[in-house]
Each structure stands twice: as C-alpha cells, then as structure tokens.
Design a protein around this ligand. Structure first.
Ligand SMILES: [Zn+2]
Length: 389
C-alpha cells in the first residue's frame, strides 16, 4: 500500500457502532476503510497521514434523510453553491451524507428545483455528500399538511411523478406520501420500479390503513407524531401503527419543541434502537440567528430557534444532528452505542445505502470524531477531513 490517501486514525473509543472498541485504530485508503480493530493489533502503514483522536470518540458519520436547508440557504434553490453551503454546515455537526428535502410547491416550481438539484448533486462537495433527493409532498393529506400550503398539495399523480423522476435525473431517493390517498399505491409502485424508497407522513391514516401500507413495503415514517392523525387509546391511527410495527423505521425530531422529551422517551422504548431515525427537518434558519427565513415558497419567522409560518404552525426546525444525539441520550438514557444507530446504520438501512453508516472494512471512510459532551471535533467524508474544530 503506497497511496497518498492512506489514513490512520487512533481513537480512545470507537463505535462501529455495533461494537465498542477501546484504544482503536482505523486504516483507510482511497476513501474506503481497510482495517478496524484494537490499535495493538492493527499495524499503521508507514506512509499514512495520522489523526490522533486518542482522547476522543470515533463513530460513523451521521446520515440525514430529512433536511430543507441551513445557514440561510433553502435546498429548493437547487444551485451547487446553495447545496454546498448545506454540505459544509452539516459537516460541522457530524453529518457526512444527507438528502436535500423539498417541500410542496406549485408543480412548475418543484420541477425547476428538482432539475437544478439533479444537476448539482453529482458534483464534488466541500462537506457532507448529498446522496439523493427526499421529495416531501405534494402527495400528502391536506388534513395533516403542517406548514405545506393547501394550494400546493396534489392528489397522487403517477404521470407527474414520472416527469419529476426524469427532471431530477433519477436522483429522487425517498418520497413521502399519505398512504391513505387514492392512487397512493400507484406512486409506491412507480417508486419501487425506480429504486425510490417510500415513506408515510403528513397522513391521516387509520391504524388499518397504515398497517396495510407497511404490508405493501412502506416501512418508513416521517417525523413521527408531527403532521399525523392524533394518537388516542381508542383510535391509535398511524402513530399506533408506527409505534407497534417492528418493520417500520421511524423519524423523530428530538429538539424538544416538535415532540415532548417524555414522548421521545416512550417512542424510543416502543421502537427500540434498531428502528429509530434521528432527523432534524432543519430549514434555512438552522445554524443562524433568529429572524425571517425561507422554506420553499414560504416565509418563516424564527424566535428562540423555533420556526413558525404566517399561520403560527411549526415550519421545520433549527436542530442539528449532534444536538439531536445529545438530547436523545439525555432524555432516553439510551447508551451512546444504541443512540448512534439512529444516525448511522438505521438510516443507511432505511434508505438502502450500501457501505454507509458503519465503520468496517470495505465501507466508505465517512466518520465523525466527538468529545465526551457530543461536540463534533472532526468530520471526514470519504477519508477527507472536511471539518476540524
Ligand atoms: Zn420536512
């Protein structure tokens, strides 16, 4: 092995995350992990660049399936510069890959955004890598629209969806639909043909409707509790299905605003470590001071980090994944190795991402280095240092 991209990291603690290794060493070459193990059993190649993280914790880089923007930028802008701003900022918070997420918009505007993101996405980014688009809406239920405007919602339309797949250069990786709508099944079938994962969200589905959706392979729930039919013990609805069905991966926004910490705790107990997805649903105000910001076609006011649209509805968050991890561990008492699954291997599985979310030989060298207070100290994407505190 004699390659300029050889890298050795020595870490105090490494979470693969299935396994915890103390005094660990990782060797990477050409953007991929070559060897992982206790430092005394993994030889360090002489020519390698070395990173000493011996007092720190090494984990797989975080995967963010649901982000609308940050740093004053909305991903609907679609330009490389806008996506690269998001890429760099999320990397400071430990995120190494993300799905730029659209919001329901007039269909022509959405086509333009998907076209632009599809063109930008294959370029080389300065931080986290965008892996594909999350199309959130417009095939969602107006009763549970959240901040998505009624006039921008559409009944599921496979022909329109086909055009969007083409416009995006087949970069759509996830679509959120309300599974109870007529023709939702045709969208799911079309998505399956194109390797696009389907999520249920912004939905008023009953328990039976959500269960039937899971039977059809829709095993991903978007921001559980938010923009869903209310849960009650007599009418558990979609939330009941998401909590009780072990097949379903479930997003949760652990910012303490979208969902009460006590509810995050019982959610975590119901879903258990292997099916939780810690997402942010962040919008352009994330990593920025309070003020007025853009979310798709709307203006959102941010006060004390809480985002609300003109009607006072919650409109995205200012959360970052490092804070989501910290909050989640504090509120649930989960050990860090279990909490890490929710940002690494679980989203990789839910989205069908090979070689992501795990530190093992053959996987991409996407990693984050944290201190004991969950501060991100360094972030590496494909073996390249993209952030250092
Ligand atoms: Zn969203």
């Amino acid at each position: 092995m004699s390659n300029g991209s050889l890298l050795v990291i020595d870490a105090g603690i490494l979470y693969t995350p299935y396994e915890k290794i103390s005094a660990a060493r990782v060797v990477a070459d050409n953007g991929r992990i070559v060897e992982v193990g206790p430092a005394d059993r993994v030889p360090a190649p002489a020519a390698a660049h070395r990173i000493d993280a011996s007092g720190l914790t090494l984990a797989p880089g975080f995967i963010e399936p649901h982000i609308h923007g940050c740093g004053g930028v909305d991903v609907m802008d679609g330009s490389f510069e806008a996506l690269n701003t998001v890429s760099r900022i999320v990397a400071r918070h430990g995120t190494t890959s993300f799905l730029p997420t659209t919001v329901s918009s007039p269909s022509a505007g959405l086509t333009v955004a998907l076209t632009k993101i599809g063109e930008s996405i294959s370029r080389r980014f300065g931080g986290a890598a965008p892996l594909g688009i999350h199309l959130e809406g417009p095939f969602i239920n107006s009763v549970r629209r959240g901040t998505h405007r009624s006039l921008n919602l559409l009944p599921p339309d496979p022909e329109l969806m086909s055009r969007w797949i083409t416009a995006s250069k087949s970069t759509i990786r996830l679509i959120t639909i309300a599974p109870e709508l007529d023709e939702a099944g045709s969208i799911a079938a079309l998505a399956a043909q194109h390797g696009i994962r389907v999520a249920m969200g912004h939905s008023n589905a009953s328990l039976a409707e959500a269960g039937a959706a899971a039977d059809r392979g829709i095993c991903y729930a978007v921001h559980t509790f938010n923009a869903m039919r209310d849960f009650t013990h007599r009418d558990p609805g979609i939330v009941g299905a998401v909590l009780a069905d072990d097949r379903i991966f479930a997003e949760i926004i652990a910012d303490g605003i979208h969902v009460h910490p006590a509810v995050v705790r019982f959610f975590a107990r119901a879903k258990r470590a292997e099916r939780i997805l810690l997402v942010t649903d962040a919008m352009s105000a994330a990593d920025m001071p309070d003020g007025d910001y853009t979310l798709g076609p709307d203006t959102v006011s941010v006060k004390n980090g809480v985002c609300r649209d003109a009607e006072g509805r919650l409109a995205g968050s200012t959360l970052t994944q490092d804070i989501a991890l910290k909050n989640f561990v504090e509120w649930t008492g989960f050990p860090i190795e279990d909490a890490l699954l929710a940002l690494t291997t679980n989203p990789a599985k839910a989205l069908g991402l090979a070689g992501k979310g795990v530190i093992e030989a053959g996987a991409d060298a996407d990693m984050t280095i944290l201190d004991s207070n969950f501060h991100v100290m360094k972030t590496l994407v494909a073996g390249k240092l993209v952030f250092e505190r």
